[in-house]
Design a protein around this ligand. Sequence first.
Ligand code: SF4
Length: 452
Amino acid sequence: MPRLPNETDLEFRKRVLDSKSTSFCGAKWYNATIWLGSGMTTSCHHPPAHFVPVEAIQRNPRALHNSAEKKRDREMMQRGERPPGCEYCWKIEDMGRDAVSDRVYKSVIYTDEELNEAYLLPTAEDANLRTLEISFDRTCQLACSYCNPAFSSTWVRDIKTRGPYINLVSDGRNHFTHDHASAQLYRYGEVNPYVEAFFRWWETDLHKTLRELRITGGEPLMSGYTWQLIDWFKQNRGKSSTRLAINSNLAMDSEKIQELLDACEGIELDIYTSNEALHSQAEYIRDGLEWDQWVENMRLLASSGRLRGLHNMCTINALCLESLPEFLDFLVEMKREFGRDFPNFTLNILRFPSFQSPLVLPDDIREHHKQRLMSWMVKHKGYNYLHEHEINHVLRLIDYLDVVKTPHRETFERPALHNDFRKFYEQYDQRRGKDFPATFPGLANWYSTLYD
Ligand code: SF4
């Protein structure tokens, strides 16, 4: 087991990670997200993704993960230096309250021996992946406010038919101004060498060493390659001990979810979904989602008896805080009905686009939400259906709202973010037929002060 009995997250960090180096993180060796549509990869969700040249993966499909950039970051971590791309973790650790960053959560899932091996691995050598998140393409039926055309074909359609969002000054990466053609280098039906390399790698050795394969999107249930992989698992029973997991927005008829459950009969499966607000607020943030349908699908999955786990990943943004405590109550109610892992949850703080981060909110509103979360914590702490990581995620969000007052590196100052907050949601309302002040009454007054 990676932890000693009764060892806390912080104790684990000090014993296993910091004893190697104070910047060591197992995710750099053993975890990857790979976008096959664009040939991009990263270690966890936080560092910016980077491109892997096609020649590299044609020579060696393992280069989908073992890129030159990751090898350089590993070397930095072995020397105790902080790779700049991991700023998310450094920001949390620098809060000075022994705050537990994702460096711990992304490492604690590996054994002490695996982490020792990673630390000692010569930089030039390839690491064998243990946990992988893979995206085949960006086909998706939703266009969430903090997503963009790189990850959603519905966002592509929005930009292509209505043009770019205008007058945004902090969107340095131009998320909302073009269709991100580079996110899909190959047309549907064309041979994609990255997909080919992945299946080559999978068939030869990846299926032997990988512990968890998580398929993401777009919406993976809309990609034929997802169903192809499910078929591989069915036809090769016993050949691989890799656990299969699927990220799904669950914004579809329950028949499709039932089809998935039937197709995965006998396969160990985890479903990861995302939501962080209730009813119309969720539908506003996640454009295209129907709250009732999402709840119906959550209940279908939780009651199916076929899943290893059902996970909800909350993306903590400026808009969700208003109904977040009640949304967490909803998750707790489901736990009471279906068990501790149906669902479990994580709170992941949105950084980009930075004008949608909780840090754009004025101090009094942030303080108000902090107090509400503290009350939620008092109400639920000690409740044994909550996992330690769930309690810690709520506590660290409380800390974050309290301590981190400046936006992250690479972002603009508050006036620019406020300008973009207002300009973006005005256009979003107009394009998507929505109404910000009516949907978020707790923010309406402040929003009205953001006029030119
Ligand atoms: S951002 Fe944090 S969790 Fe992700 S690879 Fe870097 S140190 Fe690890």
